[in-house]
Design a protein around this ligand. Sequence first.
Ligand code: UDP
Ligand code: MG
Length: 313
Amino acid sequence: MSEIPVLAIIVPCYNEEDVIEKAFFELSFIIQALIKNQRISPQSYICFVDDGSNDKSWEIIIKLSKNKEVKGLKLSRNFGHQAAQLAGLIQNQADIFITIDADLQDDINIIDEMIKKYSEGFEIVYGVRNNRNSDGFIKRILAQSYYRLAKSLGVEGIYNNADFRLISKKIVLIISELKEYNIYLRGIISNLGFKSCCVYYSRKKRIAGIPKYNIFSSLNLAIDGITSFSIQPLHFITLLSFLCFLIAIIMSIYCIVVYFEKEIIPGWASLFISLYFLGGIQLFSIEIIGEYIGKIYKETKQRPKFIVEAQIN
Ligand code: UDP
Ligand code: MG
């Protein structure tokens, strides 16, 4: 590790025409400073991955690629944030890789500290936000609940780390050999082991443009995160069935008592409640099982995780 490492900064972009140029200027400034201080090799670069944007993102990336420190990768369609990151990691050569969102909400000034940690022997350096002030109230509550739920279900993850992290070539090699289609990088990387550490920063608002994650896509990512790593939700169905069984016993005893006391069984209300209760639980259980079956279905087809349409530099 004594040699000066080549750094690749991977920036996934989906309809980011408003921010790419600004991101380039800021990141390039940091890269130049690091090169000057001999922290990284002069061959270091930024790779913008266009994840099937339908705005001018790709045209902007082509324009920026006149600079020697810019590379571009265009995916054939929108494959999603995690797949775009993966494409950027697998398709590039470097000694160290940093993934960062195009909107530069993450603090690029800690990149220096991340590289220092790498030179101390850490293979993974997580950029961890020290608060969630830049999120709205609902997003903050949901994110916190998700982390707690995921942890209780045995899904390892770094609290308040999203996708801003440094990983070494060794880690990228391991990731590139993974066969799974449902690639949830956040979880996979924190499950690999290896020497890792965190560098803290405070997250800012988006520099421009609109967030690409809405409440549904965030929820999907959350479900993906849990079901890619844990089968605890399936055990949860067993618990639910015990609960139903218990309620059924209590209801039976109640009906027998009422029958002997009043000689009538109060019918409709209890019947309807149990009908909906059981129906709801059954549908919920089918949904949980379905989520896993869907994952198996996608895995067996072995379709590509991303398709590269064009590459520049
Ligand atoms: N992104 C992507 N593909 C997608 C959705 C998002 O490559 O399908 C990129 C997006 O351009 C950005 C990053 O993922 O660079 C994070 O998106 P965003 O900033 O909207 O998410 P948030 O800040 O809400 O987590
Ligand atoms: Mg963002």
